[in-house]
Write a new protein. Structure first.
Length: 525
């Protein structure tokens, strides 16, 4: 899951022009939004969120509703409400009170300016999208439902854990908001390169309710802080849903050397996954050139923050122009024609069968076991090595990755990651602001800063003192002496992906024959 801010003015108009119609160029401004969506085969946007009953809004998103809520910060049905009140003699002040939701939106844009909404983009792993793109019969619908279920549960988690409003002088007082957001969900099918890319934009309004029911503005920083944990939850859930419905399993895949592995459906070839990521390849090439230029200019390697900025710049510079809007049936035909030419019918027509055979081999040889104590230790060490000082949300995100990598697509207890994160706090973490010897257990809150219990920095030291240790020093302190063990919690099952043998193409053997047994055991050592 990715997240970015939507500002008033041009940013909002961009969404109204393009995102609502499948991320293409919207033509014919005289046409209504619904007519344009019908013409190009894009489903209408849908209102979601637990705060909708307070507004009496449901169903399809209209252009007038978007303009009122995201453009003006008013009730989505402001036009209708104003017309009804005016018809019975209400004055302008009374009409404004009826349609206004808390404070007015500021018109200031740019850094530090106003935000009208947050755009959260949910997309399943590439292997899931490929099964959806080339699936037949009920398969695309099954994957679509799994995606929506995972998305809905993730939004519900954000509603319960990431909604804060500010109040008081200078808006310095943080208070919990009433659980619930007002959001519009828009479905997209492809990337800018018109490759398969199933994803949804969930545009979350900044308008939320305080605990007393009054409307206020969402504190966006808290939403941003929880984005990684939310994304890890969505990835775990969508893979569990797809694997349960289709009889599949997952495997870790190293998409970028030096980065954490991503979980993909076992049996889907890496070459096919790479086919969907042509834009990523162009971005990485451009990033390499930017890094080389920085190195030549300064004589130094870019640090993590600068590298992140260079990555964003590379992505923007390599961003292709918007494409024409193409209906899904036409896209599916194009995808199939291109993929057949590159990979052949033995892969494309038998993709689900390949995935099911890989799952059978994994399930026959590996039993997923989640030990909370061991997982808590691995999670705490991994987070400590990467961050030095951290908060509960970092542990929770890592715990969710650990669960996904250990379960290999099997359903787990809903609170398993939370149990692991809490165990990590109580057993392997300490509050850096808490002086030693007071006998108190670490608090589990979103705003306590922790470090590992093995960190040598004296208790009560400032976070900056703890973070001065290099990553290599933290590796040694945490007992992960070799660089290859740096991501022990991530990669303890990564060998599975290399050991799973791709079944031979179906055309090379009888359709119902069993694949040959692999020559290497899949049991983890």
């Amino acid at each position: 899951m990715t997240i970015k801010r939507i500002s008033p003015g041009s940013a909002y108009r961009y969404y109204l022009r393009q995102v609502v119609v499948g991320d293409g160029q919207r033509k014919g401004r005289n046409k209504s939004l619904s007519d344009t969506q019908d013409e190009v085969g894009v489903p209408a946007g849908e209102w979601i969120g637990r705060a909708l009953p307070a507004l009496g809004v449901a169903g399809a998103v209209t252009e007038a509703q978007m303009r009122s809520l995201f453009g003006e910060g008013l009730h989505p049905e402001a036009d209708r409400i104003a017309a009804e009140l005016s018809a019975v003699g209400a004055g302008p002040a009374e009409v404004l009170r009826a349609v206004k939701l808390g404070y007015s939106l500021r018109s200031k844009t740019g850094k530090g300016g106003s935000v009208v909404a947050w755009d959260c983009v949910f997309r399943p792993p590439a292997s899931v999208t490929l099964l959806w793109a080339f699936g037949t019969g009920a398969v695309p619908g099954i994957i679509d439902r799994a995606h929506v279920v995972a998305l809905t549960k993730t939004v519900e988690w954000l509603e319960g854990h990431a909604l804060i409003v500010r109040s008081g002088a200078g808006s310095k007082v943080r208070k919990p908001a009433r659980p619930g957001v007002v959001a519009a969900r828009f479905r997209h099918f492809d990337s800018r390169d018109q490759k398969p890319l199933l994803h949804d934009h969930v545009v979350i309004s900044v308008k939320v309710q305080r605990e007393d029911g009054k409307w206020a503005h969402l504190h966006g920083r808290v939403l941003l802080e929880n984005a990684v944990a939310a994304g890890a939850l969505y990835n775990q859930l969508v893979l569990e849903e797809v694997c349960a419905a289709l009889g599949l399993a997952t495997r870790p895949r190293i998409a970028t050397p030096g980065k954490r592995p991503v979980m993909e459906i076992a049996g889907v070839p890496d070459e096919l996954i790479d086919w969907t990521s042509t834009r990523n390849e162009a971005t990485m090439r451009r990033l390499g050139k930017l890094v080389d230029a920085h190195r030549a200019r300064t004589g130094r390697e870019p640090g993590p923050r600068l590298r992140s900025r260079l990555m964003a710049r590379a992505a923007q510079e390599e961003r292709p122009p918007k494409k024409e809007i193409v209906p899904l049936p036409v896209l599916r035909a194009r995808w199939r024609t291109e993929a057949l030419a590159l990979f052949g019918a033995d892969v494309i027509d038998w993709l689900l069968e390949l995935a099911r055979r890989a799952a059978s081999m994994i399930r026959a040889r590996i039993r997923a076991v989640l030990d909370v104590s061991c997982a808590a230790r691995d999670v705490a060490k991994t987070v400590y090595v990467h961050h030095g000082v951290f908060r509960y949300r970092h542990l929770l995100a890592e715990a969710r990755r650990h669960v996904a990598q250990t379960s290999l697509g099997e359903r787990t207890e809903p609170d398993m990651a939370e149990r692991i994160a809490h165990q990590a706090v109580h057993t392997y973490c300490r509050d850096i602001n808490q002086h030693g010897g007071d006998g108190k257990a670490p608090r589990v809150t979103d705003y306590v800063t922790y470090t590992g219990t093995w960190d040598p920095t004296p208790p009560g030291s400032a976070a900056v003192q703890v973070s001065r240790l290099t990553k290599e020093q933290r590796v040694r302190i945490a007992g992960l002496e070799r660089q290859a063990e740096l991501r022990q919690a991530d990669l303890h099952r990564a060998r599975i992906g290399d050991m799973v043998l791709q079944p031979a193409p179906p055309s090379a053997r009888p359709r119902h024959s069993e694949p040959e047994s692999p020559t290497r055991s899949l049991r983890p050592s």
